[in-house]
Write a protein that binds this ligand. Structure first.
Ligand code: MRU
Length: 340
């Protein structure tokens, strides 16, 4: 498939340095921050310089290379850096998945050069998975308008995107008529990042505040809700950006179909159900303020879970690079992951 509709990258490796596009500043400013040590990268992941489940996994893999360059064979120091990276954010399993993929090489004393080959492979495989999911997911869409939530595009992955990859592919194939995106409070990943990516790639996008989703569906405007995931449990329950569960309930009520798009690295067969997925709680100030300015009444408090869990029974299809699981449950997830 041509590279059209995919012109954005979240991270790049240049001359022993990891560069991250600072997503906190988008769309106002495109600034690349440079990193030469893993603790600084762990902080950047925590602070949302880079975000999105696959993107933070890939970033952590590159950070292991930085650690190896800095600590030159000091295994204890590199493993300590890996622990710091793992502690940066708790919900997206891709972070742990990528570190576990790097671990045997680190423990075997691999050179930084060899570790870089692995980090690059993780990055390239993610893009390839996204392109495959794009084809598989687009094939499920038979026209109409779609609604997405948060940012699941090139900025949230190695490139191309999960849910946004499906939207890119479906748009290129003429299978969708319009893209709606929730603004996604409190970080505004929808209005700042998804809208930026889509406009950048020439795909028209219409934003709505989350509260408008019900009215949009009631008006018959949406054929599919398409979202990504930070972790899918062994029974098919899906953790994703806060607000996703509400969309799934609304979709079922309005007869709208609900698609989750995620690579196999997001599926955690070691987590039995959504109840066992750790949900990140973030600083209440993120809700109480907007663009660095307090908007809530002084004295008010805020509850700020970054993610919620959508039960598998509300999901019509999980699209992975290994295939599509319709009406996911434990047996179907086991079959997908064991390749049977
Ligand atoms: O808090 P964020 O911005 O890291 O949350 C991102 C999401 O919830 C995405 O939907 C998810 O990581 C899938 S991205 C391909």
């Amino acid at each position: 498939m041509p590279q059209s509709h995919d012109n954005v990258r979240a991270m790049r490796w240049r001359e022993d340095t990891l560069e991250l596009l600072d997503q906190r500043l988008l769309p106002a400013e495109e600034r690349w921050n440079r990193y030469r040590d893993a603790p600084a990268v762990a902080q950047a992941i925590h602070d949302m310089v880079v975000r999105g489940a696959p993107a933070i996994g890939i970033t952590a893999a590159y950070a292991v290379v930085l650690s190896s360059l800095q600590h030159e064979g000091d295994l204890a120091a590199i493993l300590a850096d890996m622990d710091r990276l793992a502690a940066a954010r708790p919900t997206a399993v891709n972070l742990f998945w990528a570190l576990e993929r790097m671990r045997p090489l680190v423990e075997a004393g691999a050179t930084a050069e060899r570790l870089l080959v692995e980090a690059r492979a993780i990055h390239e495989e993610d893009i390839a998975a996204n392109r495959r999911m794009g084809e598989l997911g687009a094939a499920l869409i038979e026209g109409g308008e779609v609604l997405t939530h948060c940012n699941t595009g090139s900025l949230a992955t190695g490139g191309y995107g999960t849910a946004l990859g499906v939207i890119r592919s479906a748009w290129a194939a003429g299978r969708i008529e319009a893209v709606h995106a929730d603004e996604t409070r409190p970080w505004l990943q929808g209005s700042r990042l998804t809208a930026w990516e889509l406009v950048h790639d020439g795909i028209p996008v219409t934003l709505n505040c989350e509260g408008a989703a019900a009215a949009l569906m009631r008006a018959g405007r949406v054929s599919w809700v398409i979202v990504g995931s930070d972790r899918i449990a062994a029974n098919g329950d899906v953790a994703n950006k806060i607000g996703t569960y509400a969309l799934a309930v609304l979709a079922r009520h309005h007869g709208v179909r609900f698609m989750v798009v995620a690579p196999a690295s997001t599926i955690d067969m070691g987590t039995e159900s959504g109840n066992d997925i750790p949900i990140e709680q973030r600083d209440p100030d993120e809700v109480l303020s907007l663009a660095g300015r307090r908007v809530a009444a002084e004295g008010a408090q805020a509850w700020n879970p970054a993610f919620d869990v959508t039960p598998a029974e509300l999901v019509d299809a999980i699209v992975t690079e290994r295939g599509v699981v319709e009406r996911p449950d434990s047996a179907a997830m086991r079959a997908l992951m064991s390749g049977s």
